[in-house]
Design a protein around this ligand. Structure first.
Ligand code: GUN
Length: 298
């Protein structure tokens, strides 16, 4: 048995960011302003601080303006809603991202609902979830859209393929299933109550694992030759003498590599795609806001 092809999300994301940079420069030349993304972070969650920093840097590197708003953990819902309203009305801001999770006491649904859907580059607003559900143009959540790009790049046409999405979150599982359905795959959403999960996964030509449980999907669950997309990023407890534990996905990578046709690694697979797609969505938002057609081929 040959080893699986490793799907290099890092390289794909770098190439996408390059194309976005070119398009962003074109936008700036035509309009006299850069596409702009506002990122709001409430509180001091360490992982969120890292993500928000990375998003700001990626924006600047692609020739976009980044507006960072870091607020204390005890920020009131009224203050946060008022900031969102200000960003909705700011013509320099094309995209708004409120980093989740929010500190307890802040109603995430209420905050997301306050974002102008045409600036909701995360695709979390119910209007955008609804647009995706009925096949209208709108913003699609970055991680599943990134996964779809990798799948299409690797497999080409997905028509008629059996896809199993493990996980039913609003951010990944549900939109992923819709995107795969729209791409004419036959889709099953599996979750914590699914019976005989290994057997369900075994019939899949495409497996998307988004459960947040380290190495849950074992090699013997994978159909030989299947394409495996691992959305999980889990840190294991540190080994003896080490400060930090290893990062692993939701798939037992070594085992799956021996069976799958292709697989995304962790890190370096899906992760880099999320920020690249966020930049893409911001660029598209900027074009809409300026009354210009969205650039093709992104
Ligand atoms: N927290 C973890 N991932 C995300 C994301 O894609 N968007 C937002 N807003 N928060 C997150």
């Amino acid at each position: 048995m040959t080893e699986a092809t490793v799907i290099d999300g890092k390289a794909f994301a770098a190439a996408l960011r390059e194309r976005i940079g070119v398009a962003a420069a074109g936008f700036a030349a035509q309009t006299g302003r850069r596409p702009g993304l506002a990122v709001v972070l409430v509180g001091e969650d360490p992982a969120s601080q890292v993500y928000v920093g990375a998003k700001g840097k990626a924006c600047e590197a692609a020739g976009m303006a980044s507006f960072e708003h870091r607020l204390p953990a005890d920020t009131s819902e009224a203050a946060l809603l008022s900031l969102v309203e200000r960003l909705n009305n700011d013509p320099e801001v094309d995209g708004i991202l409120v980093q989740l999770p929010l500190p307890s006491g802040l109603n995430e649904q209420a905050i997301i609902a306050a974002i102008n859907p045409d600036k909701d580059v995360d695709g979390f607003h119910v209007i955008n979830a609804g647009r995706l559900a009925v096949g209208q143009r709108g913003f699609v959540p970055c991680t599943p859209l990134g996964c779809l790009m990798l799948l299409k790049d690797h497999l080409g046409d997905l028509s008629g393929l059996e896809a199993v999405v493990i996980g039913r979150s609003n951010i990944v599982g549900k939109p992923m299933a819709q995107l795969l359905t729209d791409a004419n795959a036959t889709v099953t959403i599996a979750h914590s109550r699914t019976k005989n999960l290994p057997d369900v996964v075994r019939r899949a030509d495409i497996v998307v694992a988004a459960v947040g449980r380290p190495e849950m999907v074992r090699g013997d669950w994978i159909k030989p030759g299947a394409t495996v997309i691992d959305v999980g990023i889990n840190r294991l407890p540190p080994e003896e003498g080490k400060e930090k534990g290893r990062l692993v996905g939701d798939v037992a990578y070594g085992e799956a590599c021996a069976v799958a046709g292709a697989i995304t690694p962790v890190p370096g697979g899906v992760g880099p795609m999320t920020i690249a797609v966020l930049l893409r969505n911001t660029l598209v938002a900027a074009h809409h806001n300026a009354g210009m057609p969205a650039p093709e081929g992104l």
